[in-house]
Design a protein around this ligand. Sequence first.
Ligand SMILES: NC(=O)c1ccc[n+]([C@@H]2O[C@H](COP(=O)([O-])OP(=O)(O)OC[C@H]3O[C@@H](n4cnc5c(N)ncnc54)[C@H](O)[C@@H]3O)[C@@H](O)[C@H]2O)c1
Length: 305
Amino acid sequence: MRALVTGGAGFIGSHVAQTLLERGDDVVVLDSLATGRRENVPGAARFVHGSIADIDSVADAVSGCEVVFHLGALGAVARSVSDPLTSNTTNIEGTLTVLTAARDAGVRRLVFASSSSVYGGSKIIPTPEDAVLAPRSPYAVTKLAGEHYCRVFAELFNIETVRLRYFNVFGPRQRPDSVYAAVIPLFARALLDGVRPTVHGDGLQSRDFTYVSDVVDANLAAATAPSDRCNAQVFNIAGGNQYTLLDLLRELGNLIGVDPNPEFIASRAGDIRHSCADARAAADAFGFGCKVSFSEGLAKTLASF
Ligand SMILES: NC(=O)c1ccc[n+]([C@@H]2O[C@H](COP(=O)([O-])OP(=O)(O)OC[C@H]3O[C@@H](n4cnc5c(N)ncnc54)[C@H](O)[C@@H]3O)[C@@H](O)[C@H]2O)c1
């Protein structure tokens, strides 16, 4: 099949694009390079340099595609707190533009990259998909709005949509070099450079860290699962484990052979305390299950640095 991967120059999207190519699919990547890198785009993919919020760029990229993996977005809660408007334009207008162009091009199915942040720190742990949704950051609002647009398009138009809520994805190509970097590349880079890692809060906040290849597998399975099992539905994608930031530092310290010795500073606005998925729905619908353990994933990530 031919597939469009929006955000395919980014961390997760580039792994999706690469895996599709490896199994013999044709791949088009649409990316503005806002946070992604041109060198992440596999050589065999067609690259369209443009914005997901620009209808002409999206129409060009999506032409002839059967499936869209829509990962293009501005990530990071903190970025959206300091500049909500730009996150809104990219993530909400961008998603609506991609959905509209996909519908008009006759795309069969669109798989949307949503986020555990839509729960806003659920009291129910592990959290099922039908838990209360209470976004606590502009980023989380944009992801929830994108989810609603996906469901509405599946209900109104001749296009199937599947929403996947990722939980703290990590792995090779995740950037450590940004003020908005995720915690695993930040800590790994600091420890490898002999710098004390900075922990916001007490370090006992927990996350359901998920290795990138498991998220790629979920995307591919969601693109081909029978329609009656997944169309217009939403699925948590994670292993259902809880690791605190102190657990993470301990694991990284052991793998690198250093004492993490973190520096503790104030908590960040918009951050949630605990996050852990109940991912049984994805297991039932399309056989999802994490194959890579936390320590195995961390070792692979460190090897890529
Ligand atoms: N990394 C995680 O833990 C995580 C968790 C939940 C959800 N997600 C979602 O997964 C997707 C991929 O995240 P990632 O971690 O790979 O981030 P990333 O920043 O590496 O990738 C996002 C890509 O989107 C591109 N992009 C940004 N604005 C664009 C625009 N206007 N037009 C076209 N492309 C644009 C960026 O250049 C980048 O290549 C995002 O939708 C993100 O919200 C990620």
